[in-house]
Write a protein that binds this ligand. Sequence first.
Ligand code: ADP
Length: 290
Amino acid sequence: MSVISVEKLSYQYPGGGVEAVREVSFEVGRGEVFGFLGPSGAGKSTMQKVLTRLLPGYSGSAQVFGQDLSSWGDNFYENIGVCFELPASYLKLTARENLDLFAVLYRNEVRTTDDLLEQVGLLDAADQRLSEFSKGMQIRLNFARSLLNRPELLFLDEPTGGLDPGNAARIKKIIRAQRTAGTTVFLTTHDMMVADELCDRVAFIVEGKIPIIDTPRELKLNYGDAVVDIKWRDDTGLDRQSVPLGSFDSRSLAESLNALQSGGRRIETIHSREATLEQVFLKVTGSSLQ
Ligand code: ADP
């Protein structure tokens, strides 16, 4: 059974304008990390808000945990965790007080504050007020909060946005651990590295529409051009050439390398490089991710 099942869903903000999401359909399986990848304004946050019941009034159908979104009551929030991009915590309270405050809103058993703070690297700052926190610390606390109720389904919007590389890696590690533990993750991002590293499947979204959904590997294999970068040195110095991998068979690769080695050249490095999701995105949608 799918954890999320969406069919021909459209959403238009009150006041008219074009539809922010247009007839999108997709399924997300249990334990899957499913990504929406698209540039700013593509409709990613709108989809998150519809699926977390913040935006009613959509057309089409949306089921979560096998039940129509519109028929869920507030107990829906016992089962999901939400981490949207902008931190929404109390600046005058400490990190510990913030988590304790949100913990009492749940009926089900919650995780311990210290455990959560330790996971996101904030245990030492537990008793500091949020007004003294850097933006990155606030983002990490916001992420920790989304895990309080041991959610079966986690909604993450740009989960590593605004974090330094070390803390971005920490958050990615937690997301992978959640997946291993069976949590389903619906993630939105404009960062192709995040989508590539974390997602089992990725939906490209542009102007509210989804032209393709597949695994990052299949997307790159089917739509990307892998290349071989060769660097060599000769009397005049260092030079390089990039050759599409598809243009070689095994014999011509050997022949090409032999040819390059002739005339006093010495090959220094050979690297094959697969296409990036950003290149695939441009090829499939005609739009850039930026
Ligand atoms: P993304 O998350 O991919 O950056 P959004 O879902 O925020 O994109 O926005 C999709 C479209 O909906 C954009 O054209 C945006 O201008 C519009 N939009 C977003 N929020 C509102 C709103 N509250 N009222 C009217 N239009 C909105």
